[in-house]
Design a protein around this ligand. Structure first.
Ligand code: 13P
Length: 249
């Protein structure tokens, strides 16, 4: 287990945020309070990457994108390639979010090719994995996660990688996985990653908020959070960051 890794609190804004809201967020967010202990990152929609880039950097907040296309350039109307994300100063890119798997129908093969394209351009993928409620109730959570992680077979071990475990039933529902479920599942994910030769951070995502952040971030094997709704407001996002700082201090 890799408890010594610097924690990452990443905010996924999903399809939210106007330019005005982005400016208000940055006015209110005072910057990363403890960069040595906790890394803070934000993934706004594509349209806000350039406008937010310089200011976030000056606040010690790392920039990321929510998706990327798996080709370098060309006739792919509506798509954004890794080089464009690097141009906007992105370090991270979320790949395989459950909303893209279920709504857009993104396959494991597509997800792997997006990761390869990202690595070629120096981006760090945050690979999202997670089971549905039906799969958890059937008792097949571990095999679902193992299958989603199996795309890492043969992936270069030296490439930067973060994994986010996001149980689908906990996303945007206000229902969080219990500390026991999180601890047990993170242990399995770390085991599986070790088997595949990857020693990377594993974040938890799914209804993380200021009220549950400390408990969730204290679970063994949890090395940060991927936060949706609660990252849209500067004060609630900051509270989650501070709760994490407290846990690791
Ligand atoms: P919520 O925090 O809104 O549940 O979203 C989690 C998520 O999907 C982050 O990627």
């Amino acid at each position: 287990m890799s408890s010594e890794k610097r924690r990452l609190i990443a905010g996924n804004w999903k399809m939210n945020g106007s330019l005005q809201e982005a400016n208000e967020f940055m006015d209110a967010f005072g910057g990363n309070p403890a960069p040595d202990l906790v890394e803070v990152a934000l993934m706004p929609p594509f349209t806000l990457l350039h406008p937010m880039s310089d200011r976030l950097a000056s606040m010690g907040v790392v920039l990321g994108a929510q998706n990327v296309y798996n080709e370098d350039k060309g006739a792919f109307t509506g798509s954004i390639c890794p080089m464009m994300l690097r141009d906007a100063n992105c370090h991270y890119v979320i790949i395989g979010h459950s909303e893209r798997r279920s709504i857009i129908g993104e396959s494991n093969a597509k997800i792997r090719s997006k990761m390869n394209a990202s690595w070629l351009h120096g981006l760090e993928p945050i690979l999202c994995i997670g089971e549905t409620l039906e799969q958890r109730e059937k008792g097949i959570t571990n095999s679902v996660l193992a299958e989603q992680l199996s795309i890492l077979k043969g992936a270069p071990k030296e490439m930067p990688l973060t994994v986010a475990y996001e149980p689908v039933w906990a996303i945007g529902t206000g229902v969080t996985a219990s500390a026991e479920q999180v601890t047990e599942t993170h242990a399995f994910v770390h085991e599986e990653l070790t088997r595949l030769g990857h020693d990377c951070r594993v974040l938890y995502g799914g209804s993380v908020n200021p009220g549950n952040a400390e408990e969730l971030m204290s679970c063994p094997g949890v090395e940060g959070a991927l936060v949706g709704g609660a990252s849209l407001k500067a004060d609630s996002f900051m509270e989650i960051v501070k709760a994490t700082v407290k846990v690791v201090s």
